[in-house]
Write a protein that binds this ligand. Structure first.
Ligand SMILES: Nc1ncnc2c1ncn2[C@@H]1O[C@H](COP(=O)(O)OP(=O)(O)OP(=O)(O)O)[C@@H](O)[C@H]1O
Ligand SMILES: [Mg+2]
Length: 368
């Protein structure tokens, strides 16, 4: 069920276009991350969805009702949403009173207020801070108080704008755990803006990638990371193997692509460009010491140039005329006797690849 919908939202400031026809539907109780680099328009979009600001054009629907031009409907919708801004501000009073103020404004009775505040304090793991002056808390603690304050009114949508920006690693972990608690225990849609891809990937079921005011792609974290829709998204999410090549043959859905004079077979059903990038997930590359028989259609020989330990895994980089990155478990790495300078074979299936169009820069076009 859709709780909030944006239809072709645009926002201009002084004739500068900040949001460009953003269309997105948020489902009730889902965890949605809006990721994008700084200045891409995340805060602007969140303010628009939270009805704090009006779009230049386009519409916002809350609970399937168009609220774009109706102040009364906006007020009603806003009572069912909460927003934790990028740098939350707390009042110089106790943590308890900071959280209770929304309920006091709604004239709830004091017994209910006490119950509800204690409940959210537990959720954000700040039960021991009730009587502390909120002004004296650390950045991470303020963030957790702000989340509690936003949740105490039982909203249907919670907006979090960069909830872990500028926090140290320990505070970041605590805030992430709190967001996780909220997603698991509360019946609330959480929409968080972040430029931290790891946060988006770990906490959200769906990710929207906002680049330069355009919502480029919406999908599950694995879709976004393994099948970015275009070069800009692939670059932003930091796809590791992004090989520049040229299509030399098409056979139904299988393309043969020349990458630095090596032939790679890849799959694509609806791509007509010839200048492409081939994306290969590092975890889908199989390494072997001999050119053994493999059902995988791609087999490349390369020299090991880097071996880096990453937690329980080994990240391997081989040079096959271009760098290719893979991931191995420690045990398979030791079985293969990996060493820098040694030659090795890398194989991967056609289905482990993803092909996107390569944008050609103007001066590159002249030379090719
Ligand atoms: N009130 C305003 N007037 C003019 N320009 C604005 C206004 N608010 C935002 N902008 C511009 O809109 C663009 C997007 O800003 P926004 O704050 O939405 O980005 P963001 O993705 O949230 O960035 P960050 O990751 O740094 O928080 C920026 O270029 C910003 O300067
Ligand atoms: Mg912002």
């Amino acid at each position: 069920m859709t709780i909030l919908q944006a239809e072709e939202l645009t926002k201009e400031y002084e004739e500068r276009s900040i949001l460009k026809k953003v269309t997105v539907a948020i489902r009730a109780k889902e965890a949605f991350a809006l990721i994008g680099p700084t200045g891409s328009g995340k805060t602007t979009l969140i303010r628009m969805l939270d009805l704090l600001e009006m779009p230049t054009s386009g519409k916002v629907y809350f609970d399937n009702i168009d609220v774009t031009h109706n102040k009364q409907k906006q007020l009603h919708a806003r009572r069912r949403m909460s927003y934790v801004q990028q740098k939350p501000v707390v009042f110089s009073m106790s943590v308890f009173d900071n959280i209770a103020c929304g309920l006091k404004w709604r004239h709830e009775n004091s017994k209910l207020i006490k119950h509800m505040v204690n409940d959210v304090l537990d959720l954000v793991e700040m039960g021991g801070f009730k009587t502390r002056n909120a002004k004296n808390l650390s950045g991470g603690e303020i963030q957790r108080v702000a989340i509690a304050r936003a949740l105490v009114t039982n909203p249907e949508i919670l907006f979090l704008d960069e909830p872990t920006a500028n926090l140290d690693p320990i505070s970041t972990m605590k805030v992430e755990k709190v967001i996780h608690n909220v997603i698991r225990e509360r019946k609330v849609a959480v929409i968080m803006a972040t430029h931290d891809m790891v946060l988006g990937q770990q906490l959200a079921k769906r990710i929207g990638v906002l680049l330069d005011g355009r919502l480029m792609q919406v999908g599950s974290p694995s879709e976004i990371f393994s099948s970015p829709i275009n070069q800009k998204v692939a670059e932003f999410v930091g796809v590791e193997n992004m090989l520049s090549g040229k299509v030399i043959e098409r056979n139904e859905n299988v393309l043969t692509i020349n990458v630095s004079n090596k032939r790679i077979q890849a799959m694509s059903s609806h791509l007509f460009a010839n200048e492409v990038y081939v994306l290969i997930r590092p975890e889908d590359i199989i390494f072997s010491v001999s050119e053994n028989v493999s059902s995988a259609r791609n087999m490349l020989r390369g020299t090991i140039s880097k071996l880096i330990e990453v937690g329980p895994l080994i990240r391997i980089e081989i040079n096959c005329g271009f760098p290719l990155i893979g991931l191995l478990t420690r045990s398979s790495a030791s079985e293969l006797g990996l060493e820098i300078g040694k030659d090795i074979y890398a194989s991967f299936k056609v289905t482990a690849t993803h092909v996107i169009r390569r944008l050609i820069l103007k001066n590159e076009e002249k030379h090719s």
